[in-house]
Write a protein that binds this ligand. Structure first.
Ligand SMILES: C[S@@+](CC[C@H](N)C(=O)[O-])C[C@H]1O[C@@H](n2cnc3c(N)ncnc32)[C@H](O)[C@@H]1O
Length: 263
């Protein structure tokens, strides 16, 4: 099955749009409600009739963008909400789209894609975000279909893919799903690591010294976790300084809250 523009356009033309809630979903609505900064640049990929984009727009968010393979659902959005900025409605392929965005909202886009594209989806989401930006939204945690959308899956399937690309990922049972989806959704929040803040050169010298003298170190990270070992390598990646412990753990140096020599 080719899940291309013709396929999705056909679904809108025949009215086979069972995913469409006819209003903003509770999880995304409540997420938007607690965002104070109305200037955030927000993307809703595979947004369809874009009820959440309309809601955000009516709440005063000024930089909400929607991308979809077909403009069929955008006509519906514009008839409901004629003052939604037309140049924020992008007809095109998510995988060709460029950012960057502060927030990306997910709802029934991931499950609409062939599961073979999941790794590409997560890598591209990461690329589309600004440093410190977040991908948030709902993912099905249910079997669903294997041969057509919506494609199913579970946290255990998704988590390794997200962890390969994002340093900080949470995926928990969604507490405010709409009734028909209750107990079958995860609330996803994947945060792109913030821009690197160079560390003090005296501190860098201490890492180098511990590496040269083969002293064990204990690191407490900004998220509260700890790791311990010998520093096997100090290196640069993506304009940031990193270390690798002999355990294989890699740590970006500005994520270390406390550095100690371990006994
Ligand atoms: C299941 S619908 C979900 C629509 C909307 N998110 C909702 O919850 O009502 C999936 C949407 O993704 C769009 N889509 C599928 N593949 C896409 C791609 N590669 N790039 C952009 N949009 C895509 C389809 O046209 C369709 O509107």
């Amino acid at each position: 099955m080719d899940l291309d523009r013709t396929f999705w356009e056909g679904r809108y033309h025949t009215g086979e749009t069972g995913w469409d809630l006819g209003g903003p979903s509770t999880p995304l609505k409540e997420y938007l409600d607690q965002l104070a900064n109305k200037d955030l640049k927000i993307l809703i990929p595979g947004g369809g009739r874009a009820w959440e984009a309309e809601y955000a727009h009516r709440q005063g968010f000024r930089n909400v963008f929607v991308i979809d393979l077909t403009d069929a659902p955008f006509k519906d959005l514009l008839s409901r909400c004629p003052d939604f900025p037309k140049d924020h409605l992008i007809v095109g392929d998510f995988f060709q789209h460029e950012g960057p965005y502060d927030r990306i909202l997910e709802q029934t886009f991931f499950c609409a894609l062939d599961p073979a594209l999941r790794e590409r989806y997560v890598a591209h989401m990461h690329k589309l975000l600004k440093p410190g930006g977040k991908l948030v939204g709902v993912l099905f945690n249910d079997t669903l279909n294997t041969d057509r959308p919506p494609f199913g899956g579970f946290k255990a399937d998704y988590a390794p893919i997200f962890h390969r690309h994002f340093a900080n990922v949470s995926m928990e049972p969604c507490h405010n799903s709409i009734k028909p989806r209750a107990g079958r959704e995860l609330w996803l929040c994947a945060v792109k690591e913030p821009a690197y803040v160079p560390i003090d050169c005296n501190l860098y010298d201490r890492y180098e010294s511990a590496a040269t003298l083969r002293q064990r170190v204990r690191l407490t990270l900004a998220n509260g976790s700890t790791c311990e070992g010998l520093i096997a390598d100090l290196f640069h990646r993506d304009k940031a300084e990193w270390l690798r412990l002999d355990t294989g753990a890699e740590v970006r140096l500005d994520r270390v809250a406390k550095f100690e020599l371990a006994g």
